[in-house]
Ligand binder design. Sequence first.
Ligand code: GDP
Length: 331
Amino acid sequence: MARARASQDIHQTAEQVRAGDRRALARAITLVESARPSDRPRAEDLLNLLLPDTGRAIRIGISGAPGVGKSTFIEAFGAYVTGEGHRLAVLAIDPSSRRSGGSILGDKTRMESLARNPGAFIRPSPAGTTLGGVARRTREAMLVTEAAGFDVVLVETVGVGQSETAVADMVDVFVLLISPGGGDELQGIKRGVMELADIVIVTKADGVLKEAAVRAAADYAHALHMMRPKYSGSAPQVLQVSSVEGRGLAEAWSAIQSLRETFVSSGELSTLRATQLRRWFWSEVHEALLEEVQSSTAARSEAERLEAAAGSGEALPSAAAREFLARFRGS
Ligand code: GDP
């Protein structure tokens, strides 16, 4: 009985999400983001109902070091794109939020005007225990926003560690923002992150920084030319934007759109999305196994004991891991 009621309630939520009801959308995302195992079956029922209405949005990843101008860019770009008649959802991957207690989109002063824009929907990053956990929920939140009719989804990440890879793994076009720091800056960006970029945007191309932005754009264009292209096409485009003056936004949007159209017509987009789904499957397996281990007190203490043994050099890490798995399977 309870289950039948739950399913009716999920059908209703799915209907409301499809109809663009924002409260239902927020509720649906809360459900898919829930870390409670008992919420999972309902979350999956909901996602299955919504699945036919997903996949059509342009999925854009935005990354860059703190202070590069991500939120200012997203505000300006969001205003432009919604002004063109699109509906924009902004999500975030921020594995650091569990440490700071806040999140990159959690600060209410960020993207204030976009938050009030009826054509936009902003969702702060969920607090996750692992990057994989945060990424999973963001992927599912993306599906929910697509079903709600958002045709442009922007996933933001702060330029730290592996979160870029996680974002690149769920979007069609990955955009890297860099500041107009010229050659010195070039050294600071990890090659791995540069390799993920489909489009590079030099921010703050205005006022006293304008000249520096022109030089930085030339330096990056040169550096990217030297690298192996990510796709069969040419090297990533390097653009200059001033979010405060609103310049370069139309060019950025048209570069993103035309790149995606190229991917669609070459068949690369469907290959990319299939690869992403396969990787998602394995990351779910990985996460589920970790969760199982974490949820068992006995397994956790066994893991801690063996971890300590590996750490002190008492046991070979690989042997300790095998011993742990053998005991875990046997338990
Ligand atoms: P985030 O940490 O990457 O989200 O960066 P913010 O968007 O918060 O911007 C960091 C700083 O750069 C702020 O002081 C902004 O005012 C400034 N900034 C952002 N975009 C521009 C721009 O287009 N031109 C100029 N001159 N400053 C900008």
